[in-house]
Design a protein around this ligand. Structure first.
Ligand code: ADP
Length: 302
């Protein structure tokens, strides 16, 4: 049995629902999306937990129920009385999506107010999964507690997978973002960056340069995603370049990277084959971008 703990912020999503002033409420968030797909892909005997903090209001209760209904372990999610969940709203203008966020006060920002809950969640786990967004929403002292916990977790034999998911507007300044991301990389066994983001903020000329930078930071396995272009998978003794399947009808690229990560990790954890895992990530992402929304039904759901 494998136990995975995904750590981050789940939010309420308001998406346009037809008429101009009509919105549908759903739930999403980068690490939640990955956990959600991991749950679909891995055998029922594996345990996938989501770690965050929520409020005690009705919306938080609904989000908690959603996470549990997805088959994710919610045992270590605290419900705080001082805050609620974050919210984002999608606007469509001439077919282009833009996002507005209300997440500054979300309970998730306080998920490491004390480190006991996460310590308990990680107890006996095999893999911790987090992203740059997980880091961005935490106050600096909570981030330091998270890094300490990850150090202890790795010492005890656990592995850490990390998607840098660079979101400059969640950080006080670009320098804090890039420095903190590389600190997390130094504590990670698997890094899953996206070249387009990395190139802009780290001045990487090529995906190979991105792979090298994370390898040099100490990451054993680096997968550099690159949209429709070839991805790079690099370890100490292997470097592969794989081209994702062509998607002729890209409908909505939301959660492309999150779903890729789930497809990759599920395959890699089960088969341990880098090339196969790269293809598995890309084929899940291809299915996800061919449909609207972050969380889409998969073929084998039917
Ligand atoms: P992110 O969503 O994190 O920015 P990318 O855009 O690099 O990440 O996409 C992640 C993965 O999704 C890619 O590695 C690829 O497998 C798949 N993907 C994204 N866009 C396309 C596309 N236009 N055609 C085919 N695959 C794509």
């Amino acid at each position: 049995m494998t136990r995975i703990v995904a750590i981050g912020e789940a939010m309420v999503e308001l998406a346009p629902a037809g008429a101009d002033d009509l919105y549908r409420a759903g739930f999403a968030g980068d690490t939640l999306n990955t956990a959600w797909y991991l749950r679909k892909l891995l055998p029922a005997s594996d345990q996938i937990a989501y770690f965050t903090a929520l409020g005690q209001d009705a919306l938080s209760d609904k989000l908690l129920a959603f996470i549990a209904a997805a088959g994710l372990d919610t045992a270590h999610i605290a419900q705080r009385d001082d805050s609620s969940v974050g919210l984002y709203m999608i606007s469509l203008t001439n077919g282009e999506r833009s996002f507005s966020y209300w997440r500054g006060q979300s309970a998730a920002r306080r998920m490491l107010a004390d480190d006991r809950a996460l310590r308990a969640a990680l107890q006996g786990a095999d893999l911790a999964y987090l992203s740059g967004i997980t880091l961005a929403i935490l106050p600096p002292e909570a981030r330091a507690r998270l890094f300490d916990l990850l150090r202890d977790f790795r010492q005890a034999g656990g592995k850490v997978a990390f998607d840098p998911n660079l979101r400059p507007r969640l950080w006080p300044d670009p320098k804090t973002m890039t420095e903190t991301v590389m600190q997390a990389a130094a504590l990670s066994d698997i890094a899953l960056p996206s070249f387009e983001d990395e190139a802009g903020w780290f001045n990487d000329p090529t995906p190979a340069a991105t792979a090298r930078r994370y390898r040099e930071a100490g990451v054993a396995l680096v997968v550099v995603k690159n949209g429709a272009d070839p991805m790079i998978l690099a370890t100490a003794d292997q470097s592969l370049t794989l081209t994702p399947p062509r998607v002729t009808d890209v409908v909505d690229t939301t959660a492309a990277g999150d779903s890729f990560n789930a497809g990759f990790l599920a395959s890699y954890l089960q088969q341990g084959d880098l090339e196969q895992a790269g293809h598995a990530g890309a084929s899940l992402a291809a299915a996800v971008i061919g449909q609207i929304g972050a969380l889409v039904a998969l073929d084998h759901d039917a």
